[in-house]
Ligand binder design. Structure first.
Ligand SMILES: O=C(O)CCC(=O)C(=O)O
Ligand SMILES: [Fe+2]
Length: 305
């Protein structure tokens, strides 16, 4: 088992994960890491916040607009942005939370939200429906972990994430409930009463399970914006879970990642580790042809052992 390396992450957090299904770690990433990612967001999305917020009730089209400013790994610029979802501390945390030696990054996207672009309010929900064709694992801690990373400072009027701890949701909905099937409005109101709002600085990390009720909220501050990233890991080899298929983005600039990521980081994208039976002289030279700046040395060395 990999130790939890991050100073800001303690065993009390681990207990919270099993008890509440949610952990908030303020300043998980250091300022210099986040400032660089923030600057890349500014270049990608700018500041489109309007003076007036949108509080009209949502329909299908305005709901879809919540997801307008999203890009998927690999990103067109910014090495730090491309590597933040593969940050060694995040990988190590995912391994500790899932209690496994090997994890797979199955979701990584940016998300910019702007005051007035739409109404960003959501109902309380659990995130499993587009991560699996079934339901979340009923084992505490599950086989997946979702991370929401704040890239800008987030206050209540800037689309703060809201969640309900597992025990509060159990009191309202009963044990193990992940879908609200009756008394929808009343249940939403009850969840809202005990919801916690995450106001936190850029670089903070929200960790939550697929079985945790949560929601996005509207941005109402004039000219407000919220930059964030959604990143999910699963236990390697869990075929029940998925979101992106990295191979479908073969036109994307994977060079940025291949030239800087460690074998452990690349392994989280499905690249076999040095020493794996996949590697031989042919597969190494063909991979080098695809990604000329890839550091093949650890893979070559492992062949000689
Ligand atoms: O961005 C957020 O604060 C949460 C969004 C969310 O829960 C979702 O779109 O599933
Ligand atoms: Fe969600």
């Amino acid at each position: 088992m990999q130790p939890i390396q991050k100073k800001t992450f303690t065993s009390a957090h681990l207990e919270e994960w099993y008890r509440d299904g949610v952990i908030v770690v303020e300043n998980f990433f250091n300022k210099s890491e986040v400032v660089s990612v923030f600057d890349t967001f500014v270049g990608m999305y700018g500041d489109k916040g309007s003076d007036i917020h949108d509080d009209t009730s949502l329909n299908r089209a305005s709901f879809k607009k919540q997801f307008e400013f999203i890009d998927i790994l690999p990103y067109c610029s910014g090495l730090d942005l491309n590597l933040i979802s593969l940050h060694p501390d995040l990988i190590s945390l995912a391994k500790s939370l899932l209690k496994v030696e090997s994890v797979h990054l199955y979701q990584s996207h940016t998300w910019a939200k702007f005051t007035g672009a739409t109404n960003y309010d959501q109902a309380f929900h659990c995130d499993f429906s587009n991560h699996t064709l079934t339901v979340p694992s009923s084992k505490l801690g599950s086989s997946t972990v979702n991370f929401l990373i704040y890239i800008s400072d987030v206050h209540a009027d800037l689309g703060a994430f809201e969640y309900v701890t597992r025990s509060d949701a159990t009191k309202i909905l009963g044990p193990g409930v992940v879908q609200i099937s009756e008394n929808y409005k009343a249940r939403q109101a009850q969840l809202s009463e005990c919801a916690k709002s995450v106001e936190a600085p850029a670089g903070s990390l929200i960790v939550y399970g697929l079985d945790v009720f949560h929601r996005g909220t509207n941005l109402i501050r004039p000219r407000g914006y919220r930059y964030s990233m959604t990143v999910s890991y699963k236990k390697s080899g869990d075929d029940a879970i998925g979101f992106h298929v990295w191979q479908s983005k073969k036109e994307g600039d994977w060079n940025l990642i291949f030239e800087s990521a460690t074998p452990c980081q690349l392994n989280c994208l499905g690249v076999p580790l040095p020493g794996d039976e996949f590697w031989n002289k042919t597969t190494i030279s063909q991979t080098l042809e695809r990604w000329p700046n890839w550091n093949s040395e650890p893979y070559v060395s492992a062949l000689k052992r």
